[in-house]
Ligand binder design. Structure first.
Ligand SMILES: Cc1cc2nc3c(=O)[nH]c(=O)nc-3n(C[C@H](O)[C@H](O)[C@H](O)COP(=O)(O)OP(=O)(O)OC[C@H]3O[C@@H](n4cnc5c(N)ncnc54)[C@H](O)[C@@H]3O)c2cc1C
Ligand code: FES
Length: 585
C-alpha cells in the first residue's frame, strides 16, 4: 500500500469513529438525559469540524509543500456531508417525530434552521460530484467553480451554529475566526506566490529551452493543450524492455489537463545539450486525475527512450505538452469494439480498455494482443484481472515468436484472418482500433479490408512511419549536426546549440527570438499563433506550413512530398531554425 492510500484509510476510518461511538452510546442508552439534543449537537459539530479540516487542506499544502494531503480532502468533505445528513435525520426522526409537515414548518419559521438546511442542500451536489469521474464529466474548471461552494457552506454552517447557541457564543466565534483565517489565506496566498513568478516572467525577453514551457503554459490557457512540467512519481518495469513512468503535477493535486482514452502527450527533453521531442501515449485512464502514465519501450539505438530508461529517476521533471491525438475511443460512438495491439502499440488501447472497464461500459470489447513472447506481454496481469472482473471484455493473445520450451498453451504465430474472425464476431460491423509496429499494422489493415471491414470502421495510430525510421537509420552514421541539416543549407552555417534566430509569422505580424532547438510550432504557440497539429512527431503532416525565407533543420520530414519540399513547405513540429525565418502563417 502506498503512503497516500495509507493516509486516506487512516482518515476514512478515524472520521467514522465518532459516529460509531455515538451510535454505540445511543444503543446503550448512555447519551444522558437529553439524548436527542446531544446527538443533534454532536453530529452538527462534527460536520462543521470536517468541513474546516477539508478547507485546511490547500493552505496546508501551500505551507508545507506536502502535496499528497490533497488526496484526503475528498474523504473529509464527504464525511462533513454524512455528519450533516445524520444531524438532519436525527432531528427529523426524534425531534419532529418523522413528520414532514412539522419539520418543514419548524425550518420555515426559524432563521437558523433555514440557514442550516440551505447549507445541507448546497453540500449535496458537492458530495455527489466529489469523484474523479465527475471531475472528468464536468471538466476541471467547472468542477473547481462548483466546489468553491464549500466556502459558502462553511459560512452558513458557522452562522447556523452561532444563531443556535444564543448565549455561549465562544465555540461558533472560534469557528468563525478560524474560517476567516482560511479565507484570507486563500485570497492572499496566490498573490504572495505569484508576485516573484510574474517578475521572473517579465524579465524574460527571448525564448530558450527552459522558459519555453512557462511561456507556453501561461499562454495556453485559451487553447486546448497544456504545456509545463510534471514530476516522475514512480517507474515500474513491465517487461525486460518496457517501463511505465508515472507522472504527476509537481505540487500534487489534479492533472492540469484532461485527455481522452487513446490520446498522447509530447515530451521535450534536453539530451547531450540538445532539445529532443517525442510523443508518448497516455496509457493510464483519463479517470485517474492525479497522475498519468507513459509506458515506453527502450529502443536499443533510440535517443530518447534509451535516455528515459537509463537515466530517469523518480523526482525528475519532464516538460510535456498534452493532450493531442484523434485516435480515441470512449464508448460513446458504438456498442462494441475490437482493439488490436502489437507490442508497445498496446498503450492507447490499454487506456481505452481501462476507461471502458472503469466506467462499466455497457458494450463488449474484444482485445486482440500480439506479442513476441510471453515475457514481452505488457500489462499481462492487469489485463487478466480486468477480464475476470469485466465479463464483456474478451482477451485474445497470440505470441509471434514463442519458444519451444515455453509453458505457453495459447495461440502462437502471427495474426491471421481465420483466427481473428473466430475470436471476434461481426468484424465487419464493429469499429476496430489498431496500433502496433508499421509492418504488423500494414498487414493487419490489408487482412481486415480483405475480410470486408469498411475502411471507415478502421482506426489506426502510427508511432512512427517506416520512412521516418529509414531516414533516421540512413542519417545515423553522419555527424549529428550535418545529419540534421536540410540539403539546401549552405555549408558555411555553423550549427551552434546556443544560436538564436528570429521566427516571424508574416500574416499574423508577430515574431519571436528563439533558440535553435525550439521548433517553429513551439515558437508559434509561445506567441498564441495557432498552427494545427496532431502527432508532433513528423508523422501526420497536419502542421505543414510554408517557409518564405530562411533555412530550417528537421529530424523527420517523411510527411512531406518532394514537391512540397521543393515549394518550401516544412513540418512546424519538426523544424528548428538555422537562420532567421519568415513563415507564411
Ligand atoms: C502518437 C505517438 C504515440 C507514441 N506512443 C508511444 C508509447 O506509448 N510508447 C512507446 O514506447 N513509444 C511511443 N511512441 C514512439 C516514440 O515517440 C518514439 O518514437 C520512440 O520512443 C523512439 O524514440 P527514440 O528517441 O528512442 O528513438 P529515435 O532516436 O527517434 O530512433 C527511432 C528508431 O530508429 C532506430 N535507430 C536510431 N538510430 C539507429 C541506428 N544507428 N541504427 C539502427 N537503428 C537506429 C531506433 O532504434 C528507433 O527504433 C509514440 C509515437 C507517436 C507518434
Ligand atoms: S504534427 Fe504531425 S507532422 Fe507535425
Amino acid at each position: 500500500m502506498n503512503e497516500l492510500r495509507f493516509w486516506k484509510l487512516v482518515v476514512i476510518l478515524n472520521s467514522g469513529v465518532p459516529l460509531a461511538i455515538l451510535a454505540w452510546d445511543a444503543a446503550q442508552g448512555s447519551l444522558g438525559a437529553n439524548a436527542v439534543s446531544y446527538a443533534i449537537h454532536t453530529t452538527g459539530y462534527l460536520s462543521l469540524l470536517m468541513l474546516m479540516f477539508s478547507l485546511m487542506v490547500t493552505p496546508l499544502r501551500w505551507l508545507t509543500g506536502w502535496n499528497s494531503v490533497v488526496g484526503i480532502r475528498r474523504a473529509l468533505g464527504v464525511y462533513a456531508f454524512i455528519y450533516a445528513a445524520v444531524h438532519l435525520a436525527i432531528y427529523f426522526t426524534f425531534d419532529r417525530q418523522m413528520s414532514l409537515v412539522s419539520t418543514a414548518t419548524e425550518i420555515a419559521s426559524r432563521v437558523y434552521l433555514m440557514i442550516g438546511f440551505a447549507a445541507l442542500l448546497l453540500m449535496a451536489p458537492l458530495a455527489l460530484t466529489s469523484t474523479s469521474a465527475m471531475v472528468v464529466r464536468l471538466g476541471a474548471k467547472n468542477w473547481k467553480l462548483l466546489h468553491r461552494l464549500t466556502y459558502v457552506v462553511a459560512i452558513l454552517g458557522v452562522l447556523h451554529f452561532y444563531l443556535l447557541v444564543k448565549a455561549d457564543v465562544g465555540e461558533p466565534v472560534s469557528f468563525a475566526a478560524f474560517l476567516a483565517v482560511l479565507l484570507l489565506a486563500r485570497v492572499v496566498w496566490p498573490y504572495l506566490d505569484l508576485a516573484p513568478r510574474r517578475k521572473k516572467m517579465l524579465a524574460k525577453k527571448s525564448l530558450s529551452a527552459e522558459p519555453m514551457s512557462t511561456a507556453v503554459s501561461t499562454q495556453r490557457a485559451k487553447t486546448k493543450a497544456w504545456s509545463g512540467e510534471l514530476v516522475v512519481a514512480s517507474i515500474t518495469r513491465e517487461t525486460p524492455s518496457v517501463q511505465t513512468f508515472r507522472l504527476q503535477p509537481i505540487e500534487g493535486g489534479t492533472l492540469p489537463f484532461e485527455f481522452e482514452p487513446g490520446q498522447f502527450l509530447s515530451l521535450a527533453i534536453e539530451i547531450a545539450g540538445r532539445r529532443q521531442r517525442r510523443s508518448y501515449t497516455i496509457a493510464s485512464s483519463p479517470l485517474e486525475r492525479t497522475f498519468c502514465e507513459l509506458t515506453i519501450k527502450r529502443e536499443e539505438h533510440g535517443t530518447v527512450s534509451r535516455h528515459l530508461h537509463d537515466n530517469l529517476q523518480p523526482g525528475d521533471r519532464l516538460t510535456v505538452t498534452a493532450p493531442a491525438g484523434k485516435f480515441v475511443f470512449s464508448g460513446k460512438s458504438a456498442t462494441s469494439v475490437v482493439l488490436i495491439a502489437g507490442g508497445v502499440g498496446i498503450t492507447p488501447l490499454m487506456s481505452m480498455a481501462r476507461y471502458l472497464v472503469q466506467t462499466n461500459w455497457s458494450g463488449s470489447i474484444d482485445f486482440v494482443i500480439v506479442a513476441k513472447s510471453e515475457k514481452e506481454l505488457i500489462f499481462r496481469r492487469e489485463i487478466e484481472a480486468m477480464q475476470r472482473t469485466f465479463s464483456r471484455l474478451q482477451i485474445h493473445i497470440t505470441l509471434s515468436q514463442e519458444m519451444d520450451d515455453s509453458s505457453w498453451s495459447g495461440k502462437q504465430g502471427r495474426l491471421e484472418a481465420t483466427w481473428l474472425s473466430s475470436c471476434c464476431a461481426d468484424l465487419r460491423t464493429r469499429p476496430i482500433y489498431l496500433c502496433g509496429p508499421d509492418g504488423m499494422m500494414q498487414q493487419t489493415r490489408e487482412m481486415l479490408l480483405a475480410l470486408g471491414v469498411p475502411p471507415a470502421n478502421l482506426h489506426q495510430e502510427a508511432f512512427t512511419s517506416s520512412s521516418a525510421r529509414a531516414e533516421k537509420m540512413e542519417l545515423a552514421p553522419v555527424a549529428a549536426s550535418a545529419a540534421r541539416m536540410e540539403p539546401a543549407l549552405p555549408t558555411f552555417l555553423v550549427d551552434s546549440p546556443s544560436a538564436e534566430h528570429q521566427v516571424q509569422f508574416v500574416r499574423q505580424q508577430v515574431a519571436a527570438d528563439v533558440r535553435d532547438d525550439i521548433t517553429v510550432l513551439e515558437a508559434a504557440e509561445s506567441l498564441g499563433v495557432a498552427i494545427p497539429y496532431e502527432c508532433r512527431a513528423g508523422v501526420c503532416g497536419q502542421c505543414k506550413v510554408r517557409l518564405t525565407h530562411g533555412h530550417v533543420a528537421m529530424d523527420s520530414q517523411s510527411a512531406l512530398s518532394p514537391q512540397e519540399k521543393a515549394f518550401g513547405w516544412i513540418l512546424a513540429c519538426q523544424a528548428t531554425p538555422r537562420t532567421n525565418l519568415e513563415v507564411e502563417v
